[in-house]
Ligand binder design. Structure first.
Ligand code: BGC
Length: 743
């Protein structure tokens, strides 16, 4: 079996000699290796199969260990721990003819062992540093457990909260989404591929997966090239520019062609325009799915379509393994094309250092000293608090003080709700190797926050998603005995994420009924929402004095929430997505167009509903604080500029309250007349700033032609002369405005 090994070593060594640059040296090593590979061995490098450690798709492949030993696979996913990856790596290195090591990949989406807020929640922090840090930690943990590759970041813009995967991305906005995409790639890849504490990123799902029609997962996507380039493409571009080592395709079709078979997406756009030079992996069985899509009649045509489109690695379909060798023999696929894909994959294996030491990431000692370190847990608690959005905080009748924050000395507090003590739910969907048993629930967080004088009572009240009323009475009983009720309601983690679309966005089960019964007790109520998407919570907004949106915050959820509930942390999160009033408003997003008949309630023939407002319940960018920020007038440094100049936009912001607090100051623009219609507002900049009580700061932003650019009528990208409005505010609705002109 090992008879060729000396030859390979010699070739690789010879190629490594001389004074070549490292990249050239890697290239010549790869050439030497490819020159001795059989076609079957090459095709093996192009296949990625799952182990049986986790289920992330509809098919599980029996016998992956045999695949490894026979060289039929180049990478494995859903397998981790230093010990297990070493075991599998040994099979590849010791038992295959060419001893080529495997890459290990996994969905490290919001933490690996230490779980951070779901990405939609983390996006609500608008804190790029914190997000980068969370992915840095995820990379430290994942790489210490033998992983080389995270299937992240997921940067699909989503304007439809029915889509369960909205939880996995940064929400609806292109600019915020792009900045977060970069931060996540930087976090995962750290100082670079090959650093032993870094993993390769895989920006996904290329492309436009977030626009699944009607919010139904895997459903068709249909959009104009203009919307694609302007709204959906930039976050992928940002991640690629930040150096994402790999790209994952999407399940959807784009312009009638499923992404995994789209040469336009995978080659012309990705490699031609965006200059991506890593490798492309298909999403789970998406090459296989081109048959039911109706674009390929059988296995061989689907495989041919994908490889010819530029998809280097086949995740889990097994179609490359089944067909590529024959396709080459029949002349339907050029062997050079296979070589190109093999070269891209081997290159990453070299860069990862796997040819120097295939086990370098599988280090049990490092694993033991790394995972769930105290400083990681602390970081999870911090970003957890930063991700919380205070949606409402009213004072109770007859009192001038708002209900939140609560006093730690309250005598008796009732903690109620199906999510109040739900450990599994805290880490949310896509929680990788996170151990839900280690998560902190809201009840636990509250118990550790309050003083010894406080008595904490708990009742579940109901289940998340059934209609049993048997727990309500107990909840009402403890509410009546308490001074204040903290009520945790929302969705189960499993109701969000992949294959978890919902047609209704209300509280599932009988949670609404529970709320109504508790409200009748007359006790002050804080609703703590836990959910992976915007919910239609008009009743809560109308009836409950204080509301915290807490998403699924991860390992430290309960502590993060308690920090906010009791005022140790002043909430500063802002919604990265619009909350509709009703499902009928969807798609609803802040950067819409004006229409020719903007809404006028007094004029029948305008753009509106008979039975619903146009406005959302909470606008994009919205979030309150325990202090108040006042915005002064917006000033521009010049009222007229040429596109090559820059203007400053300044607004004085004052913390008018008695607590220090952070505010996300947001800048939007509107191009009043364009060669194509422009959105009524577009986020172009933001700054997250700490203000001391009473402090005023002149917040200043610079705008140049690039910030005003878009795809013009002829699809060239640039700005146009004309009038602009610039808005500054603490959310996309409540803003101050100034005007300027581009000559
Ligand atoms: C998902 C991807 C994920 C892959 C591997 C697919 O079903 O769409 O996001 O990376 O499974 O688990």
């Amino acid at each position: 079996m090992q008879k060729y090994f000396p030859l390979i070593c010699l070739l690789v060594l010879l190629a490594a000699c001389g004074k070549e640059k490292p990249t050239n040296r890697i290239d010549s090593k790869i050439d030497s290796l490819i020159s001795v590979m059989t076609l079957a061995e090459k095709v093996g490098q192009l296949s990625l199969y799952t182990s049986d450690w986790d289920v992330t798709g509809p098919t599980i492949r029996e016998g992956y260990k045999d695949d490894i030993k026979k060289g039929r696979v180049g990478a494995i996913f859903n397998a981790f721990t230093a010990k297990y990856t070493r075991e599998l790596q040994e099979m590849a290195v010791k038992e295959t003819r060419l001893h080529i090591p495997l890459i290990f990949g996994y969905d490290v989406i919001h933490g690996h062992r230490t779980i951070f807020p779901i990405p939609l929640g983390a996006a609500a922090s608008w804190d790029l540093e914190a997000i980068e840090k969370s992915d840095r930690i995820a990379a430290e943990e994942a790489s210490a457990e033998g992983l080389h590759w995270a299937f992240s970041p997921m940067v699909d813009i989503a304007r439809d909260p029915r889509w369960g995967r909205i939880m996995e991305g940064a929400g609806e906005d292109t600019y915020l989404g792009s900045r977060i995409a970069e931060a996540r790639v930087r976090g995962l890849q750290g100082k670079g591929i090959g650093e032993v504490n870094s993993v390769m990123a895989s920006v996904k799902h290329f492309a436009a997966y977030g626009a699944a029609q009607a919010g139904r997962d895997y459903h068709m996507v249909d959009m104009s090239d203009r919307v694609f380039r302007e709204v959906y493409l930039p976050p992928y571009t940002a991640a690629i520019k930040a150096g994402s080592a790999t790209v994952m395709t999407s399940f959807n079709e784009y312009d009638g062609i499923p992404a995994s078979g789209s040469k336009f997406l995978m080659t012309d756009l990705l490699r031609g325009e965006l200059k991506f030079d890593g490798f492309v992996v298909s999403d789970y069985t998406s090459i296989m799915e081109m048959v039911p899509h109706g674009i390929a009649a059988d296995t061989a045509s689907a495989a041919a379509l994908a490889i010819n489109a530029g998809v280097d690695m086949d995740m889990q379909a097994g179609f490359y393994e089944a067909s590529l060798a024959n396709l080459v023999k029949n002349g339907e696929v050029k062997e050079e094309l296979i070589n190109t894909s093999v070269r891209r994959i081997l290159k990453k294996k070299f860069e990862l250092g796997l040819f120097d030491d295939p086990y370098r990431y599988s280090n049990e000692e490092r694993e033991k000293n790394t995972v769930m370190k105290a400083e990681f847990i602390k970081a999870a608690r911090e970003i957890g608090s930063k991700s919380i959005v205070l949606l409402k905080n009213a004072s109770l009748p007859g009192q001038d003080k708002q209900l939140l924050p609560l006093s730690k000395d309250v005598k008796q507090i009732a903690v109620i709700g199906p999510l109040a003590d739900a450990k599994r739910e805290m880490i949310g969907a896509w929680s990788a190797a996170g151990d839900w048993k280690k998560s902190v629930t809201l009840l636990e967080g509250i118990k550790s926050a309050v003083s010894t004088k406080t008595n904490v009572l708990y009742a579940k009240g109901c289940n998340i998603n059934d209609d049993s009323t048997k727990y309500i009475a107990e909840a009402v009983r403890i509410a009546k005995q308490s001074e204040v009720v903290v009520l945790a309601v929302g969705e189960g983690a499993w109701m969000t994420g992949e294959a978890a679309s919902r047609a209704a966005l209300n509280l599932p089960g009988i949670q609404q009924r529970l709320l109504e019964e508790i409200l009748k007790t007359g006790k002050p109520i804080v609703v703590v929402l836990m959910n992976g998407r915007p919910l239609t919570i008009n009743w809560i907004q109308d009836n409950i004095p204080s509301i915290l949106e807490t998403w699924f915050l991860g390992t430290q959820a309960g502590n993060s929430i308690a920090d906010v509930l009791f005022g140790d942390f002043n909430p500063s999160g802002k919604l990265p997505v619009t909350f509709p009033r009703s499902v009928g408003q969807i798609p609803i997003f802040y950067n819409m167009k004006n229409t020719g008949r903007p809404m006028d309630r007094n004029n029948k023939y305008t753009s509106k509903y008979l039975d619903e407002e146009n406005d959302p319940l909470y606008p994009f960018g919205f979030g309150l604080s325990y202090t108040t920020f006042n915005y002064g007038d917006v000033k521009v440094s010049k009222e007229s500029m040429t596109g090559n100049e820059e203007i400053s936009v300044t607004c004085s912001v004052t913390n008018a309250g008695k607590r220090a607090g952070e505010e996300v100051v947001q800048l939007y623009i509107r191009d009043l007349v364009g060669s194509v219609t422009r959105p009524v507002k577009e986020l172009k900049k933001f700054q997250k700033i700490l203000f001391q009580p009473g402090e005023t700061k002149e917040v200043s932003f610079k705008i140049n032609g690039n910030d005003l650019s878009f795809y013009r009528k002829d699809m060239t990208f640039g700005f146009e002369a004309g009038k602009f409005e610039v808005f500054v505010g603490g959310n996309s609705r409540d803003v101050k405005m100034a005007k300027f002109e581009v000559k």
